[in-house]
Write a protein that binds this ligand. Structure first.
Ligand code: UD1
Length: 338
């Protein structure tokens, strides 16, 4: 099977590429490198011994993207390509809607034209919105997102449901990620944010390496076990495994499945700091800061459906996630460099 990974040079895409190659698939990556580096492709080859075919294209550019379908017999598309910074999406909503929705539509049109019927979408727990009860279960209503980034995920999910309703051959899996962290145990690929990180783990690893002075903990007065925000952190390699199983499932089924990829366990910011300190024997200085706008107190997955439908469950614990995140940062203090 030949799998097209749009955004395959990114954090989740690159780890997923490794798992597909290790499972015997041929992989084509399409990525415009707007938020990733070409070196990722070399690293994937170092890990797997096989070089994925790479196209430097913006997948919302129809003519350029069509070339991929002309030159390769694609069996399934895993669509990661998209902007993903929550704060930036509030400042530049039109850019987010244009880019994220356009690229999904272009892929779907090309798939229809070239007879490709499996679409795995990189969705997010953010689609459950601000008012959902926890744990988040797939059957719950979605919406009430807190930022344009989240709304693009929600809107694309709806577009995919409509597309599947009109095309009985189409098989769609909406993978709703919780908080992916960690890195490949080889330390060769990992998360490489540009500028000062917004997300918790990249921030912590840069404090550990001395690049940043201290962590700001956004609020310690939430109604949680220690007052800090609680999330469902999942190892990026577990997440990657979920995509391989989703592609296998999609090739044998039709219609739409929404599936949470989370562990089902919530950890607070301070739990993560403690786990990181213990796993790596490094102190992380922190200060308590005001709450960050738009943050929810606590959410985590009901992770049962992924087990029932895909036979998937998360295998790696928080300590492993913290160890692998640090291993990547330590070996690559400047990420992939320039
Ligand atoms: C956000 C998005 C999510 C997206 C994820 C990764 C929403 C509501 N959430 O998740 O969809 O998949 O980013 O891009 O759209 N924290 C600190 N200090 C820091 C950084 C974070 O205390 O310097 C805290 C936050 O307040 C939060 C937790 O750590 O409680 C996790 O934050 P973060 O890693 O940014 O992810 P989310 O906001 O949960």
């Amino acid at each position: 099977m030949n799998i097209l990974l749009t955004g395959g040079a990114g954090f989740i895409g690159s780890h997923t590429c490794v798992e597909f190659i290790n499972s015997g698939y041929d992989v084509v990556i399409a990525d415009d490198l707007s938020n990733s580096k070409p070196k990722v492709i070399d690293r994937i080859e170092e890990i797997t011994g096989k070089r994925p075919k790479f196209y430097k294209v913006d997948v919302s550019d129809r003519l350029a993207a069509e070339q991929i379908f002309k030159e390769n017999k694609i069996d399934a598309v895993v669509h990661f390509a998209g902007y993903k910074a929550v704060g930036e999406s509030c400042a530049k909503p039109l850019m987010y809607y244009r880019n994220n929705i356009d690229s999904a539509l272009t892929m779907l049109e090309l798939m229809e034209e070239y007879g490709v019927n499996s679409f795995i979408f990189s969705s997010s727990a953010t689609v459950y919105g601000a008012d959902a009860d926890i744990p988040y279960v797939e059957g719950m209503p979605t919406g009430g997102c807190t930022n344009p980034y989240g709304w693009t995920k929600h809107m694309i999910e709806q577009i995919l449901r409509d597309a599947a309703a009109a095309n009985e051959k189409l098989s769609v899996i909406l993978l709703r990620y919780f908080n992916p962290i960690g890195a490949h145990p080889s330390g060769k690929i990992g998360e490489d944010p540009s500028g000062i990180p917004n997300n918790l783990l990249p921030y912590i690893t840069q404090v550990a390496s001395g690049r940043l002075k201290e962590l700001g903990v956004f609020g310690n007065d939430y109604d949680t076990h220690d007052g800090t925000g609680v999330r469902d952190y999942i190892h990026v390699c577990d997440l990657a495994d979920g995509h391989v199983l989703a592609a296998e499932y999609a090739s044998k089924h039709r219609g739409v499945e929404e599936i949470n990829l989370g562990t089902g366990v919530g950890y607070s910011v301070l739990d993560v700091v403690n786990a990181f300190e213990q796993a790596n024997d490094i102190k992380i200085p922190y200060v308590i800061k005001p709450r960050r706008d738009g943050d929810l107190p606590e959410y985590y997955a009901d992770a049962k459906k992924a087990g029932e439908v895909l036979g998937w469950s998360a295998k790696r614990d928080l300590k492993t996630m913290c160890r692998d995140s640090w291993n990547w940062q330590k070996n690559n203090p400047n990420g992939y460099g320039d």
